[in-house]
Write a protein that binds this ligand. Sequence first.
Ligand code: FES
Length: 270
Amino acid sequence: MYKVISREAIAPDTFDIWLEHPNIHKRAKPGQFLILRLDEFSERIPLTIVSTAEGRLRVIIKTIGKSTYKLCAVKPGETIADIVGPLGNPSEIDRFGTVCVIGGGVGIAPLFPIAKALKEAGNRVIGILGAAKKELLIMKDEFLPHLDELYITTDDGSEGIKGTVTVALQKVLKKEKVEVIWAIGPMVMMKFVSLMAAENNTLCWVSLNPIMVDGTGMCGACRAEVGEEVKFTCVHGPEFDGRKVKWDELIKRQYQYREEEKRAMEDYLK
Ligand code: FES
């Protein structure tokens, strides 16, 4: 059992949660994730590790269905039944030169340790953070010390550039040569960033977040076609070259249980 240390709402339906864990901080690297289960009846939820400290780890969660809703309702002092991790392969951090990190919505949270590590490795780091509107933009102040330049985009123009992150990316790519791009956010966002990266012949890492069950490469639930191969996101990823991902199939499967999820949420709230 793992104790909840703190839980803070940082945007509508979005919670910043610190949990006690004796040793994940010794092994976790940027890009890796955990699978959490609130209790023995709950679904497993994959979540990227945002930060760690001695005996603690931090996750940021948006409520999108029954399981995340239940998880976000935990209170300090309560416990979580299982935490498995760190899972997956760490991000390939190196000194590349100029890099661009792009986060959309709650995808800004898993991008944070990557941006921080890229800056520490000596890169010039350009950040693009996007949200539907100003109130949903998270972690801007935390990112600032780790970025050389920051672009904000909002769909409704309530902060920064009006439009999607690709509008800002286009500006960046016109202005300077970017060696590597990281993009984390909704699949559709990652798809369009990857297409732009492909046009510019720039490596573009994306962190895939398909439905996961066991997280150990056994069930096949998290499969994704990358190039000509079928990869399991939990063990071969979660980061892949977005230019090679077969996005349309992956996006279709992401939404296949949407109706069931909606019903489960409605039943839970009754
Ligand atoms: Fe089962 Fe990846 S979650 S193979």
